[in-house]
Design a protein. Structure first.
Length: 126
């Protein structure tokens, strides 16, 4: 949805720019909330599992290859489209497209926090 809307608004600026900016801000806000939720879940899991930032946010060693490929691929598309459309129309509402990758990052982190496979935490022998 974001990719189609951003490309259409970049190709034919005008009436579409406002609604696309709203979509960008909403997706960015959902991404921030998802990141915060993932962080909270990750903190809870870190009591029993050795949770890493790379494993939580980028699924490094914590997700099956297919899941990792899909989620990070979607994040990559969001980064490319967000930066490209923001660069084409810098001082317009399309510049809000730079916020959209937060959506992909947040959902990737949320998947990692909920379903990621982390090693068990070593017992503290103090």
């Amino acid at each position: 949805l974001f990719t189609v809307a951003a490309v259409v608004a970049a190709a034919a600026p005008g009436a579409a720019a406002g609604p696309v900016a709203v979509l960008d801000v909403v997706l960015g806000a959902v991404g921030v909330l998802s990141c915060l939720a993932a962080y909270g879940i990750g903190v809870q899991r870190s009591r029993v599992d050795a949770v890493t930032i790379a494993g939580l946010f980028f699924l490094s060693g914590t997700a099956p290859a297919g899941v990792r490929r899909r989620l990070l691929g979607a994040l990559g598309v969001q980064v490319v489209v967000g930066v490209a459309t923001s660069a084409v129309r810098v001082y317009t509402p399309l510049a809000f497209g730079i916020l959209v990758p937060l959506f992909g990052l947040g959902l990737t982190a949320l998947w990692g926090a909920r379903h990621g496979t982390f090693f068990a935490r070593e017992p503290d022998l103090r």
